[in-house]
Structure formats: structure tokens, C-alpha cells
Design a binder for this molecule. Structure first.
Ligand SMILES: C=C(O[C@@H]1C=C(C(=O)O)C=C[C@H]1O)C(=O)O
Length: 280
């Protein structure tokens, strides 16, 4: 039986996945986070870069690679709450059905502030939903990055990603990873590469992933240029977006992961990670 992978192929994983050459005997499918979470849990795939909260919730049956993550310290730019009233006054918030992680993060952040707006699944662009009776809209991934830029952009030669405003045209964009940083001072780990404990990945796959990541990070400007074209965004935006990610699940990322686990899934089973990468 082949070893089956399920990749969430958002732009933020392009530096790992774009140049990945699957070793013989490994197949891969792609989908949005909630699809890949479900595929891993049902056994349709053996490994996937899943929403970290699903790894935490299912820590009894899943293990994660020790050195792969999609994490950030501070803003992420693509996990955004678009809102038309201050957070304290939110009444109805639309949630994307694509994401498990950002919904869990939003719930933690709202609870920490003692807020409890109505949360409702609804798909669509942020601005459309904001004109349909929602005062907050949670969006993730490539479309959230594009919509963020659509609200707060454009960049001028004098401005940088970090100097763009948080509000424009009556819409405020709250970056949930930045909020997490304000709350904890730690990185936020959105995704880990998890596998079923009884189906660990072949060493050749992990090796190929490490080589692909080295290649992607080594040629980040090329990756950014390619994806900027696809997304219809300036190269500068995508380049900054990509270099901002932490892809190695280092000690600070694990700290953030454990802290989030304690807040979001109290009583979870211990988180386990595969062996550290050995010598090449
Ligand atoms: C930061 C992001 O990370 C992704 C967000 C996920 C989620 O919200 O469930 C899952 C995997 C991550 O790769 C993003 O896509 O914007």
C-alpha cells in the first residue's frame, strides 16, 4: 500500500511543498485545512500538515514531525478578523468552514477578553458578509491575505508591510496571530505535520521534505515572485509574508503550541513528536 500524504497547499507552505519531489511509494492529495484534518483522522491519508488544534485534540492517536511547522511570532497577515465595530461590541461573527485553527484561536482570544458574540459558519468574501448583517468576519489563507491588502493597501515606496494601517474604509483588520503575541509574547503555531502513530512516514519522505524546504527558503524570492503573480499581489507583499513564517517547530514555537493547547483543549493527551532529525 502506498504511503499517502494530504497537503494543505496554501501559499504559506509553498516554500516547503513547491519543490518537493515525492519519493517512490508516496502519493499526495491536496485540500483546505478542514478537509486535510478530516482525511488524516479518517485514515484516508497517513500524514498531513494539519491545523495544530486537531493535532492537540487527537494527541492520543497522532504524532508530529519534530522540525516542521507553520508558525509566526507576531502578525501572520492571513488569519484575519475583519470587523466594522470594536471587538468589545461585536454581535455576529462569520466563521470560515475551511479552518479549525483560527476558529479555536478566535475563541481563546474572545474568552480572554470576556466576549461572547454569536459565531456562525458562513462562506464568502469579508466585505460582502459585512454588508449582510455580520459585524465580524474571520478569514484565512490566500484569500484572507488578498482581502487584508485590499483593505489596508496599497504599499507605496515609503511604506512597509508593518507600517500599513489596521483600519481603512470603516473596516478594521485584527490579525489573530498578532493578538496572540500581545497576549502571550510567544509565537503562534498554526500547523504541524502530523501522522498516525501506527503509520510513521518513511525516512525518505521526511528527507525529501527537508531538502525541499532548504531549496524553497534558499530561493524565497523566486517562490514569492511566482505566487505573487498567481495571487495578483505585489512581490514585496508575498516576499514579506513568506519570510515571516517559522517553518522549523523550534523551541519558541513549541512553547506557543503548548500554551495554546493548555488554553484551548484543557486535559488533552500529551503531545508527542517523532525523533529529532538525525545526521544526514
Ligand atoms: C496561517 C495560516 O495557516 C493555516 C491555517 C490553518 C487553519 O486555520 O486551520 C491550518 C493550517 C495552516 O497552514 C493560513 O493559512 O493563513
Amino acid at each position: 500500500m502506498p504511503y499517502r500524504a494530504g497537503w494543505i497547499h496554501f501559499t504559506n507552505v509553498a516554500p516547503i511543498l513547491d519543490s518537493l519531489v515525492l519519493p517512490p511509494g508516496v502519493t499526495a492529495i491536496t485540500g483546505v485545512p478542514t478537509q486535510m484534518n478530516a482525511a488524516l483522522l479518517s485514515g484516508e491519508v497517513d500524514i498531513a500538515n494539519i491545523s495544530a488544534v486537531e493535532f492537540i485534540r487527537n494527541a492520543d492517536v497522532l504524532e508530529a514531525l519534530p522540525d516542521f511547522s507553520v508558525a509566526v511570532l507576531g502578525p501572520v497577515y492571513s488569519v484575519n478578523l475583519f470587523h466594522t465595530r470594536p471587538l468589545e461590541e461585536l454581535r455576529r461573527v462569520a466563521l470560515t468552514a475551511q479552518s479549525a485553527m483560527s476558529v479555536a484561536l478566535l475563541e481563546v482570544l474572545l474568552r480572554e477578553r470576556g466576549l461572547s458574540p454569536v459565531l456562525k459558519r458562513a462562506e464568502g468574501e469579508a466585505e460582502a458578509l459585512l454588508s449582510q448583517g455580520f459585524d465580524g468576519v474571520l478569514r484565512i489563507g490566500d484569500s484572507a491575505l488578498r482581502e487584508w491588502y485590499g483593505v489596508v493597501g496599497p504599499l507605496t515606496p515609503e511604506t512597509t508591510m508593518t507600517s500599513l494601517p489596521h483600519s481603512a474604509r470603516g473596516i478594521t483588520v485584527t490579525d489573530l496571530a498578532e493578538e496572540w503575541f500581545r497576549l502571550t509574547g510567544h509565537p503562534f503555531t498554526f500547523a504541524v505535520w502530523a501522522y498516525r502513530k501506527d503509520r510513521p512516514p518513511p525516512a525518505a519522505l521526511v528527507q525529501a521534505m527537508r531538502e525541499a524546504r532548504r531549496d524553497g527558503i534558499g530561493h524565497l524570492a523566486d517562490v514569492a515572485e511566482r505566487h505573487a503573480r498567481k495571487l495578483g499581489l505585489p512581490e514585496r507583499v508575498v516576499q514579506h509574508y513568506l519570510w515571516n513564517f517559522r517553518y522549523h517547530l523550534e523551541a519558541p514555537d513549541r512553547l506557543g503550541l503548548h500554551e495554546f493547547a493548555a488554553k484551548a483543549v484543557p486535559g488533552h493527551a500529551p503531545l508527542t513528536f517523532g525523533p529529532r532529525p538525525g545526521p544526514r
